[in-house]
Each structure stands twice: as structure tokens, then as C-alpha cells.
Design a protein around this ligand. Structure first.
Ligand code: NIG
Ligand code: FE
Length: 413
């Protein structure tokens, strides 16, 4: 059997397997092997260990890569993106510079509705081509697992078109992908005064079709003032759960309006954003099995306070980090930037950041058996860094690429 050896790895990072997402203090522990090797067979990690215990001679391997001075870390698991979208929205970027808020832009027909209008005019193949470019780009930046949402269709046909594009990407890409149905992203104009009617469309028309074609793994709702109330969120999630879709929710982004508690009550796999937390929301999340997913680049882009990562971790929450890659609030899918910002602006330790952006991200997508850490039996999906002084340097020297090469499922990109 053709086996690949990577040898003399300065530090093999995150060699843990665990049954549950890491929470609270556990997030500071990051098992690593200095001066390590990794053996890869058929796209799977066959063995890892210290160089002085390497069980074979070099001649045994079909390929040998020397990683002296370099770090090897699990590919990023980006558990929250909207990377299938029709086009960028830099016209709104200018409005934002001039002082308009996210809510004000949405109220004047910008925001999600702007993307929804653009999506209606776009063919499935153009949407696929544009989205594929973004996916390729983030994979070269080290992302090996990604969640992608619908939510710019807002019609049955549009939502299904988006989910079919995600399905095609799933089939063709070396990046592991999970799909979420986010028909409840905003109320389309025709249903502005008829929430009941849109919820019926979501639950009685869209959901059965999506479940029938197995187009989604999760159901998502934008639970927010002016969007979907906690009661509406619950109703939509329960309908999704009835057809086998677990909930993951956009919660507490602009207001502390009960989204976190709704997610916890429903047993959501994750509640995401969390810029606007109050004591009750923190307590509720800490006492649950729901993962809190922080999206610092969205806070950065909207000039909002960052998520209270320290408070959440110190309260015992399980935290993941993701990009929220989308044209309105985070036009970047760069997990390296998310990681740096999490250290610099949210005071997360480098070890906590890596755990949140790899293993806990994999848990948030239920892919922890195959991804999220570097242990025998998991997929060989990882980042080989350039020669760097150490782990903290990756996030300290922000805004530049420290990646030498990326391997996904045993293939170098
Ligand atoms: O996660 N908050 C809701 N949805 C996205 C933004 C989508 C958009 O503006 O296009 C988010 O920030
Ligand atoms: Fe989002």
C-alpha cells in the first residue's frame, strides 16, 4: 500500500480525540507532539508519533515530506458560512462607511433582500461557478470542513436552487460540507405583513421538498428583532426537526432577544453570533450541550462589540469559531483572520482558538469522527505551516499567510 510520510514536524498540533465538545477550562488544553511524524494511507491518518519512535525506515514510503521547522495543524472547521451567494454588495459597504447600520440598510431594501433579488436573476450554473471559486479559495486558506446555508432564495425555487448548488459542491469538493436550510433568513416583501403565510410556505411547501431530496442537514433561523421572533423560530425549527433536520440558530447578533434560550430549549446543535449577550443567555448556554459559535469578523465588519469569549469560556460554555462568510456582514472566509482576531480582540488563548476552530467546529457539524484533530483513523486534512517560531506566532503576526501547503483527505491542494 502506498504510504506517505511527513517527518521532522516541529509540532503536530491537536492530537486529541474526545467524545464531547471541549468546554470551559478544557479549551486551554491542546495536546501536541513535538518533533513528530505522520503516516498517511488512503487519505487517512494511519499513525502519528515522535520521530524517535518512527516504526519504519524512509524507504518504506512512496512519498516523504520533510517538515523541519514547520507546524502541522488540523484543517479549519468553519461551521457557519453563507458562501453560496450571488454577488458582493460593496455598495452597502459605502453606506456603512457613511454611518448606516445593518438594520437601516436592511430596512431600505438592502441587506439580505438585495442578495435575494440578485439571486432570482442568476442561473444555477452561474451560482455554482461563483460559489466554487470561493470554496477553492477558502480551502487554500486551510479550511477543510465547512457549513453552507441557503437563505438568499426566499422562494421555494430559489431556496432549492441554492441547496442544489451546495449539494453539487459537496459531491465535487475535497472540502467536507454540511448544508443548512435558512429559508427563515428574512421575510420576503410579499409576506412582510403575513408572517403566518411565509411560515406556512417554509414548513408546508419548502421543508417537505428539501427533506424529500435530502438537500439539507440542518435547519437555521435568523432569530432577531425585525426578523424572526423566538416563537416563530421555535415553530420553524420544530417543523424542521420533524423531518430530521437539527436546528442551529442565528442568535443574539443585534439584540439579546431570547435566541440563545430558544436554541437551548430546542437542543440546537449550535447557537451562532452572540454579540449581544446578557447574563441569562450566558447562564443558559453554559448549562446546555449547545455549542456557542462566535463570528468575530462579522462583529468587526459591522463595528459591533466582539463576542464576550472570555466570559463565555469562563462560564463553562463550549465555543466554536467560524467566519460567517457572506456578502453583508462578513465578506471574508478566512479562518486565519478569525483566529487572529479571536486572540487579539477577544482575548482567547492560541490553544483555545485552535480547539474552537478545529475540534469544536467539527463537533458543531457532527464530523468529529473524521475531522477536527490529528489522530489515527481520521481524515488526513491539515495545514502545513511555513517555518514559524511557534504556535502563538500564527495569530500574533496577523494579516499574512503562514500556510505552506494544505492537504485535504490525503491529497495536497
Ligand atoms: O449571519 N445575520 C444574518 N445573516 C447574515 C448576514 C446576511 C447578509 O447580510 O447577507 C449574518 O450576519
Ligand atoms: Fe450567518
Amino acid at each position: 500500500m502506498a504510504a506517505t510520510l511527513i517527518q521532522n514536524i516541529r509540532l503536530l498540533v491537536n492530537t486529541r480525540s474526545t467524545e464531547k465538545p471541549l468546554r470551559g477550562k478544557e479549551m486551554q488544553e491542546l495536546p501536541c507532539i513535538p518533533d513528530a511524524y505522520m503516516i498517511i494511507e488512503d487519505g487517512i491518518i494511519a499513525a502519528t508519533g515522535s520521530m524517535n519512535e518512527l516504526p519504519y525506515r524512509e524507504g518504506h514510503f512512496s512519498t516523504v515530506t520533510d517538515a523541519s521547522g514547520q507546524l502541522l495543524l488540523p484543517a479549519w472547521c468553519d461551521s457557519h458560512t453563507h458562501l453560496v451567494f450571488p454577488a458582493s454588495r460593496e455598495e452597502e459597504f459605502i453606506d456603512k462607511i457613511k454611518g448606516l447600520s445593518y438594520a437601516e440598510i436592511a430596512a431600505k431594501g438592502g441587506g439580505i433582500l438585495n442578495s435575494a433579488a440578485k439571486l432570482q436573476a442568476m442561473s444555477e450554473s452561474d451560482l455554482l461557478n461563483e460559489s466554487r471559486k470561493r470554496l477553492d479559495e477558502i480551502s487554500r486558506m486551510g479550511t477543510g470542513v465547512v457549513e453552507i446555508k441557503s437563505g438568499y432564495g426566499l422562494t421555494t425555487e430559489g431556496e432549492i436552487r441554492m441547496l442544489r448548488v451546495i449539494k453539487k459542491l459537496k459531491e465535487e469538493s475535497p472540502v467536507a460540507i454540511k448544508a443548512s436550510f435558512l429559508g427563515a433568513h428574512t421575510y420576503p416583501p410579499a409576506y412582510k405583513e403575513n408572517h403566518e403565510g411565509y411560515i406556512r410556505l417554509l414548513t408546508e411547501e419548502m421543508l417537505p421538498l428539501i427533506a424529500g431530496e435530502k438537500l439539507a442537514d440542518y435547519i437555521d433561523v435568523f432569530c432577531e428583532e425585525g426578523f424572526f421572533s423566538p416563537e416563530e423560530t421555535e415553530k420553524i425549527c420544530l417543523a424542521g426537526m420533524a423531518v430530521g433536520l437539527k436546528p442551529r440558530i442565528h442568535a443574539n447578533q443585534l439584540h439579546a432577544s431570547g435566541g440563545v434560550q430558544t436554541g437551548v430549549k430546542l437542543g440546537a446543535i449550535s447557537v451562532d453570533h452572540l454579540e449581544s449577550m446578557d447574563e441569562e443567555a450566558v447562564r443558559s448556554l453554559a448549562g446546555s450541550d449547545t455549542i456557542g459559535t462566535l463570528l468575530p469578523t462579522a462583529a468587526f465588519f459591522l463595528r459591533m462589540p466582539y463576542q464576550p469569549a472570555r466570559q463565555l469560556i469562563d462560564a463553562g460554555c463550549a465555543i466554536a469559531l467560524a467566519t460567517d462568510y457572506n456578502p453583508g456582514s462578513s465578506p471574508s472566509g478566512n479562518m486565519n483572520l478569525v483566529a487572529a482576531m479571536s486572540c487579539i480582540q477577544m482575548r482567547m488563548l492560541p490553544e483555545e482558538v485552535i480547539n474552537a476552530a478545529t475540534l469544536n467546529g467539527a463537533f458543531a457539524l457532527e464530523l468529529q469522527k473524521d475531522y477536527g484533530s490529528l489522530v489515527a483513523g481520521k481524515k488526513a486534512s491539515f495545514i502545513l505551516t511555513k517555518q514559524v517560531p511557534g504556535l502563538a506566532y500564527l495569530f500574533y503576526a496577523f494579516g499574512q499567510s503562514h500556510i505552506d501547503k494544505v492537504m485535504l483527505n490525503g491529497e495536497w491542494l
